[in-house]
Structures are given as C-alpha cells and as structure tokens.
Design a protein around this ligand. Structure first.
Ligand code: GLN
Ligand code: ZN
Length: 753
C-alpha cells in the first residue's frame, strides 16, 4: 500500500516560519533570507516524511501565508483596491493582500475560519470587472526541487470548487461564470506539475459540506473531466476531509479521478457506502491517522478498518493517509520535555503521525506484530492511569437528571423574579474584558516568572480591578464587570485550574499567517478542584452598589478550543466540563453575585459540517450549557455571549439555551441579523452589540442611537440591552473610554424617546 500525509505544518518545530515572517515584515530580514528560511523548512519536512518511511512527500502544503491566497494569486483574482500595488515586488504584493497596506490605507482580504477548524484563510473576492492575469504557483518550483533532491513528490492543491465556493462575490458579481477561467488556470497548473510527479492531490473539502450549490454540482463532472485530461496518465487524487461525503458521494466517485481520498476518522461511518459506490478502477486513499488531534492512533481499531477495505479492493487499490492535513496539529512530541510520561506516551504530533502511517503499513505488509503489540500495550497503560477515569466524576455525570438541565421556572416567571435587580430600561453593560494594558500584562508575566509572589500578585490585580470598577462607575454603566485582568485567555484560565487538563510547551498550531495558538489539552476526567473566579468577582462587587456580572467561559467553548481526549465521547467530556462550571456558577450565586455570564463564543464554529451531524452536536452542546447554568434560583440572571452574527439558522437552539439575556455581535451587519429574532419570536432579552470592538474607531452617540432605534424595530424596549459587540481586551483605554461614554449617552437618549 502507498502511504502519504495530506500536508505537514508549515510553521516549523520552533515556529521558525513565524520568526522569519515577522522579521521580514519588520524590515530586519531580506526577501532572499525569508525565502531561504522557507526552503530550508520545506526540505526538513520532506526529509521527515521520507525518513518516516512514507512513499510520497507532499509539496504545496507549505505556504508563506495561506494556501487559499496562493490559489487566488495564481488566478490573479486580485480585487481592484490592490491595483496600486501592481508595481511592487510579487512578495510585497502577496503580503499586501494578506495583511493590508497601512501606508496606502488598503484593507486586507477578509479572513475567516477554514471549515470547522481554528485555522483562518483569506477569503477570495470576486469582482464584476477586472480580467484576471494568471500567474505561476510556487508548488511547481517546490515539486521540481523535491524531485531534484531525490524525493517522490506529491503536489497538494486546493481544488477549484472549494476555492470558488468559498469566494465572496462583490457588488453584484456572479461567481460561477468565472468557473471556466478558473478551470483553465488549473489545467495549466496540472500540466506544469506532471513532469515532476506521479500523482496530484486536489482538495475539495467542500464536498463534505452541504455548501456546494446545485449550479456547481452540475458543472463538477465536466470540469473534472478536463482536469483529469490535463493530468495525462498521472493520478489525480480527489481529496475530501473534515467529514463524510454524505450527499456528494455520487459526485466524488463519478469524478473520473483515478483516486479518491476520504476522511475515515471523522467520516468513519461512510466507509461501507464508499466501498459500494467506488468504480472498479478507482484507488481509495483511507485517511486513518487523525490530523485534527494530538493522540496516538488506536492501531487495533484502525487495522480492522484497513483490513475490511483491503478485503474488498485489494492492497493495490488502497492507500493509507492522514485524515486531513497535519496543519491542525503541533509538530513534534520530542519537544515536550515537561509533560508527565503517561500523557506524553499517548501523544503523536505531525512527526509521529508520519511514522504511524508507515507502521500501520508495516503491520499489514510485513506482519510487524511488534508495532501492533507495542501500541496495544501503550494505550492500555494510558487507559489504566487513574486520571483517565475518576469514579466520582463518572458517577456524577451519569446521575444527572432532567431537572438538572432546567431552571426552576420558565423565562416569564424568572423575568418577574429578577425585577429586584432594579435595572433601568435599556441597561448598559460590557462583554467582560477591559483593555489589557502593559501594566496588567507585566503583573501576570512577573507572577508567572516568579518575580512576583502570590500575595503581591493578588494585590496588584486587585488594584487593576478597582480602577476598572471606578471607570465603569464614572461612565455610568448599569451592570459592571471585574475586567478579566487575571486572564490571559478565556479558555486557558479555566483549563489551568481544572483537573484533567495539561499544557504543552511547544504544541503550537497555526491560526493564520504567523499567528499560532497553543490549545490546552484535555487528557483525563475533568473536575473542579476549587472555586476559580469567586474571589475576584466578590472583590469587584465589594467596591460598588451596582451589580457586578460574574464572568465564566462555557463548557462548549472550553471543549472546542482545546485538544480533546479521543477515548471518551466529546459530548461526555463536555458534560464533565459543564458540571465543573455549574459548581462555579452556584458558588458565585451563594456568594451573592446576582448576574452571571457564561460565554459560548465557540458554539457556532464547533458545529459539524453536515446538517444531520450538526443537529446531534447542537443537542448535546446546548444541553451542556443548560447543565452549567441551570442550578441557580429564578432571581439570578444568566447571561450568555456569542461573538458572531451568523446564527439565524440555529436560533431555535440558541433559544433552547434558555439564558435570560444574550449578547451578540451585530454592529457590522447594521442589526440585520435581528430580523431572525422577530421572525422566531425570541422571548428573552437581547443585547445586540452597538459598536465594533475590532476597530479603534470611536463611534458617535448619533450612530449608536440610530442602531438602537433600528434594534427597537425588532426587539421591544423591555428586552433590549446596550453593549459593545465583544470584549474590549484588545483595545486601548484611549478609545474605549470615549466609546463607552458615547454608548451610555446613546442609551440615555433612546430611553427618553
Ligand atoms: N468575556 C470575554 C471577553 O470579554 C468574551 C470574549 C469572546 O467572546 N471571545 O473577553
Ligand atoms: Zn465575543
């Protein structure tokens, strides 16, 4: 069987690409040195794949910024606002698209999440005018070079349907008439690649969603027959990932491609359907090593899957691969020297995942029982570790009953019970965090380094909280917050205090461009060791007569932004986190906190890609939120916050969360999303953000009055809250203070109308 991965992380073991890019942008590194550094990284990555024993090394997986942008540049689909960059060097032009051009005041291409991952791509813009000038693609040179160095390269490119589906049409332009031009550029690219390789990976993850419109589905077959012709006798691998092919299975197996790659981790259940539909000569690449997590593959389960496939197709027609690109996992476990051995032994990052593929192949081809036995033994030891299964945690999760998911009374009764809060009409509040000033960051850093002892740290953070409360009092806000000065990150802060979590030293994953994140790791049963926020919130409340809103991160968001153990259902892990947050909610209430906000910033993005799977997810996700939030009295007000605006389709689920108040992003869409709230008759209170916190601009009183009046067309005065779109931690006080001053003035004015 042939073995390959769909892609290796670009960023480098020690984030070398990040360093090179950022020095280049600062002007400290020449273009030549940047390209040299990236060539070195690519070579290293090819060597890792070859040394692991893989049959192919992947090219075209590496990008200086983003692979969608690489295709956009190849197509020359550059929006007209960048036309003044035409005289710049290709590299400068490329980065202008990615990051904008501050001097010329040109905003970058928009960035958004790549399917349900935490990676962000640059959204192509398609304009009515403007011919495209087709240019080369770096994958051709990389493939030529890899071949020259004695590797067997397999170029990987994002496919035309995925590119076009994700592109945004601007100003009335139509996307699909551009397909012909797109296809001819791809034909040229494929023809340029064929001298240097035997097979080409063309990625159409859009086939695993319900995104592909009817119009496109009709053209898919024709387009792929041209693309196959452009490849000559080389194998075109139609590559799908992030889920089952579901409704697009027919389209994929009839594409005329010589091979099909399926995600056999997230789309495990599709295997029988695929095997039944696969044409007699099509090769099947099985994505069996999970590219989305950090754990070792369970060889026993995986072998069963491979054997089932081989029994039907024969070894020649089966390839073994990673489920998706390894971009979504960190580079090398060897870098982790501080983790307990029982956790480290369970982990496989990109380097180790390459070796796993070769090992699985060896087990079949050479009956390498040693590798199999070793894997079985390791996973057995891991499962037996006391942290993996804590009886008390399991028993508590198992004994949860229907009443634990429900508030005592329905919303209307709770609303009456909460009148004692004596909030004015159109209450003003914020989303939680306030500017993370240099002084706040220094306090946390000094404490982390041991330069500040615990009691001095507490004193210093309290000083920040006090200042924050004073400012809010002066602004005249109605519901105050403590400001989150003690939190570096809304998930990490809780992960560090919960049992079952650990943190890597170098487990960085690219989020976009040079930006990386280091997600917490959930390796064992999750439980709360002690109260996590109560002291800070109580201190804040002691300084004011106004209600201070307790601030927590919700279970779904903690789950979605962590690497989650793969030996327990995600819904179960989420339930454990929910119970830990529930305890915190109840402790806050006991301490006298009357309003508690539980943020679920990640609920929407964690949604699987197909409707059927999304329904299952929403069911347990919403109930996890309810489990976390329902243990309080009717008199306590529960808030939640979501920082995006595209949830019309899931509004019934949002309503099922049964929060008393929800705050959402909406200033950028001019309150448009509130249409959905009218249609659906959302019964609880809503705080549609009245200003965009992503920009330093100070919004005027008038424009916020206007937005509030627009909101009042959809939401009655008794239900409307006044707040910004999201937390203010990335902003400066210079703009935050006057913005909030104007926001409060706008609320006062609208109250009187
Ligand atoms: N309470 C958090 C904050 O204000 C919410 C952040 C978020 O929604 N991403 O920072
Ligand atoms: Zn937010």
């Amino acid at each position: 069987m042939q073995t390959h991965i769909l892609g290796f992380p670009s960023i480098g073991k020690r984030r070398e690409l990040k360093q090179a890019l950022e020095s280049f942008w600062k002007g400290d590194l020449s273009a030549e040195s940047l390209l040299k550094a990236s060539t070195e990284l690519k070579k290293q990555h090819w060597r890792i794949q070859k040394d692991a024993g893989l049959d192919y090394v992947t090219t075209g997986d590496f990008s200086l910024y983003d692979r969608m942008l690489d295709i956009t540049c190849m197509l020359g689909a550059v929006p007209p606002r960048f036309s003044c960059c035409l005289g710049d060097s290709p590299l400068d032009r490329y980065f202008s698209l990615a990051r904008g051009d501050v001097n010329r005041n040109i905003p970058a291409l928009e960035m958004t999440k790549w399917f349900d991952t935490n990676y962000h791509y640059l959204v192509p813009e398609i304009d009515a005018n403007g011919p495209w000038i087709i240019r080369g693609h770096p994958v051709v040179e990389d493939t030529r070079r890899a071949k020259g160095l004695g590797f067997s390269p397999k170029p990987a490119i994002i496919g035309p349907f995925t590119w076009l589906t994700l592109a945004k049409a601007q100003g009335g332009a139509l996307k699909w008439p551009r397909l012909k031009a797109v296809i001819s550029a791809y034909e040229k690219l494929l023809a340029d690649l064929t001298p240097y390789c035997d097979c080409i990976q063309i990625e159409e993850p859009v086939l695993c969603t319900e995104l592909l419109p009817e119009e496109a589905a009709n053209q898919f077959r024709r387009a792929y027959s041209s693309l196959n012709a452009a490849c000559g006798n080389k194998t075109l691998i139609l590559t799908t990932y992030f889920g089952p092919l579901a409704g697009n299975l027919e389209l994929a197996v009839n594409s005329g491609c010589a091979a099909l790659h399926i995600d056999a981790v997230r789309g495990k259940e599709q295997l029988d359907g695929v095997l039944a539909a696969l044409p007699g000569d099509m090769v099947l690449s099985l994505g069996i090593v999970d590219g989305r997590n950090i754990w070792k593959t369970d060889y026993t389960d995986t072998m069963a899957l491979i054997e089932r496939t081989v029994a039907i197709l024969g070894k020649k027609r089966v390839w073994l691969g990673s489920s998706c690109s390894l971009l979504h996992c960190p580079v090398d476990v060897e870098e982790e020297t501080a983790l307990p051995e029982h956790i480290r032994n369970r982990m496989a990052f990109a380097v180790q995942k390459c070796a796993e593929l070769a090992a699985l192949n060896g087990i079949i081809e050479k009956s390498d029982d040693m590798a199999l036995n070793e894997n079985v033994a390791l996973l057995k030891i891991a499962a037996a570790h006391p942290d993996s299964r804590i009886d008390k945690v399991r028993e508590r999760a198992a004994s949860v009953t229907v009443t634990d998911f429900s508030r005592h009374s329905a919303y209307s009764e709770r609303h009456a019970a909460q009148a004692w809060l004596k909030l004015p009409l159109l209450p003003t509040t914020s989303i939680g965090s306030f500017p993370q000033t240099a002084s706040i960051r220094k306090i946390r850093l000094d404490y982390k380094r041991g330069d500040l002892n615990e009691s001095d740290y507490i004193t210093a953070i309290k000083r920040e909280i006090k200042e924050c409360i004073e400012k809010q009092e002066k602004l005249g806000l109605d519901v105050l917050v403590h400001g989150e000065a003690e939190r570096n990150d809304m998930v990490e802060y809780f992960g560090q205090q919960l049992g079952g979590f650990c943190f890597t030293q170098n487990g960085w994953v690219q989020s976009y461009g040079s930006r990386c994140v280091k997600p917490p790791v959930i390796y064992g049963d999750v439980y709360r060791k002690h109260p996590m926020t109560v002291d800070w919130i109580l201190y804040a409340q002691s300084l004011t007569q106004k209600p201070v809103k307790g601030m927590l991160t919700g279970p779904v968001t903690i789950l979605c932004w962590s690497f989650v153990r793969d030996d327990l259902e995600r819904s179960e892990v989420c339930k454990q986190i929910a119970l830990a947050i529930r305890d915190e909610v109840q402790d806050l209430e006991k301490a006298g906190i009357r309003i508690i906000q539980i943020d679920e910033a990640a609920l929407r993005e964690g949604m699987p890609l197909t409707r059927a799977e999304a329904e299952i997810y929403l069911q347990w996700a919403v109930y996890a939120f309810r489990l976390a939030s329902s243990g309080v009295q009717d008199t306590t007000q529960i808030h939640t916050h979501m920082c995006y605006s595209e949830f019309n389709a899931i509004l019934p689920w949002i309503a099922k969360m049964d929060a008393d108040v929800i705050s959402i992003e909406s200033s950028r869409s001019g309150m448009e999303l509130l249409d959905a709230f009218t249609e659906f008759k959302y019964q609880a209170q809503v705080g549609p953000g009245v200003y965009d916190i992503h920009s330093p601009r100070i919004p005027s009183v008038e424009e916020m009055v206007e937005l509030l009046q627009r909101a009042l067309r959809h939401i009655s005065k008794e239900k409307l809250w006044v707040n910004p779109d999201c937390g203010l931690k990335t902003r400066q006080w210079e703009e935050t203070y006057p913005s909030l001053e104007n926001m409060v003035a706008a609320a006062l004015r609208v109250r009187e109308l």
